[in-house]
Ligand binder design. Structure first.
Ligand SMILES: *Cc1c(COP(=O)(O)O)cnc(C)c1O
Length: 287
C-alpha cells in the first residue's frame, strides 16, 4: 500500500534472480537475511555491496537472524534493518519488533507510522510534527511496557551468553545442532521421501532446518506438535517450492539430546503412519 501511495513498484524475486534484478531503476533491495522457507542465509556484505553498486539502498529483515546468527550491519554498510522480538530473541508471541537505521540516514526521513513518541518534544503538544533527532524519531506511540519487559528478559538471556563466548559460541552450537539434526534425519528417516531444503554449507545456513515432503508435511508437523516437538509447516506451490517442515534451533536452550529425541519422534511418526490420523489433517489458522 505504501509503495502504491508513493509511486513505487514492488517486485518479488527469487534468490537466484537478485543479481539480474538489480537494474538502475531499483531504489531499495529488501531481503530476509535468513530465508524463512529454506533456512538459507545471504552473504550480507556481498549482497549489500551489490545493491549499492546498482545504486539501491539495502534493507535487511533480521526476523530469523537476531539472536540466531552473527550479524554485522555496520561492517556490511547496510542502510536499514527490521526484525521481530519473538523468535530467537525469546520475547514471547507478539513481542515488539525493532528497527535499525544506519546513522548516515537517521535524520534524513521519518517513518510513515510516526507517532508522538517519535516527536522532538512529545509533551509540548504543538500542532505541528517535529521528529526527534536520531533513532528516537522511529518510535510510534507509547511503548507496550509489559511486552517490552518480557522482551527485556529474552534479550538479557542472549546477553548472559556473552560470558560464555557470546554470539560466536552460540553460532558454533547452533551449527552443531543443525548438523546433528540433518545427519540423524538422513540416517534414521530414510525411505519416507524426506528431502532437505537447507544448505549444507555452514556459511549459507541460518539456525533452522527445513525438510521437504511431497505429501503429508502439514499432518506430520501436527503429529510432532502433539508429541511436544514444535516445528511449523509452510505450504509449497505449483512451481519450484515444495511443502516445508521447519525446525528452529535456539542454541541458548535447545540441547543435543533434544535433537536426538525430536528425530526419534519424527521417525516414529513416519513409520507408524500416525500422521494420517484425521485430527492431524485439519488445517488450523496457525500452521
Ligand atoms: C516473523 C517475521 C516477521 C515478524 O514481524 P512482526 O510484525 O514483528 O510479527 C517479519 N518478517 C519475517 C520475514 C518474519 O519471519
Amino acid at each position: 500500500a505504501l509503495c502504491k501511495e508513493r509511486g513505487f513498484e514492488l517486485v518479488l524475486v527469487e534468490p537466484d534472480e537478485i543479481a539480474a534484478a538489480l537494474t538502475p531503476e531499483v531504489a531499495v533491495l529488501m531481503l530476509t537475511h535468513v530465508n524463512y522457507r529454506t533456512g538459507a542465509m545471504h552473504d550480507m556484505p556481498a549482497v549489500t555491496a551489490a545493491a549499492h553498486a546498482a545504486g539501491a539502498l539495502m534493507l535487511w529483515d533480521l526476523a530469523h537472524s537476531a539472536g540466531a546468527v552473527p550479524v554485522d550491519l555496520t561492517g556490511a554498510g547496510a542502510d536499514y534493518a527490521v526484525g521481530c522480538g519473538y523468535k530467537y530473541l525469546n520475547g514471547g508471541p507478539g513481542a515488539p519488533a525493532f528497527v535499525w537505521v544506519n546513522p548516515r540516514h537517521t535524520d534524513r526521513f521519518w517513518q510513515p507510522l510516526a507517532g508522538w513518541w517519535g516527536h522532538a518534544t512529545p509533551f509540548a503538544f504543538t500542532p505541528d510534527y517535529q521528529p526527534a533527532p536520531g533513532i528516537t524519531r522511529y518510535q510510534c506511540g507509547t511503548q507496550p511496557m509489559i511486552s517490552l519487559a518480557a522482551l527485556d528478559c529474552g534479550v538479557d538471556t542472549v546477553l548472559a551468553a556473552e560470558a560464555l563466548g557470546g554470539m560466536a559460541a552460540l553460532r558454533r552450537k547452533s551449527l552443531a545442532l543443525t548438523d546433528l539434526f540433518i545427519s540423524l534425519v538422513d540416517e534414521r528417516c530414510q525411505g519416507h521421501g524426506i528431502g532437505l531444503a537447507t544448505p549444507l554449507d555452514h556459511a549459507q545456513r541460518g539456525s533452522q532446518v527445513c525438510l521437504t515432503k511431497d505429501d503429508g508435511a502439514y499432518a506430520i508437523v501436527q503429529a510432532l506438535i502433539a508429541r511436544g516437538v514444535v516445528g511449523d509447516y509452510r505450504a509449497g506451490d505449483a512451481g519450484q517450492h515444495k511443502d516445508i517442515l521447519r525446525f528452529g534451533f535456539t542454541p541458548l536452550y535447545i540441547g543435543f539430546e533434544d535433537v536426538w529425541h525430536s528425530v526419534e519422534h519424527l521417525k516414529q511418526v513416519l513409520e507408524s503412519g500416525e500422521w494420517q490420523r484425521a485430527e492431524f489433517n485439519q488445517k488450523h489458522a496457525v500452521t
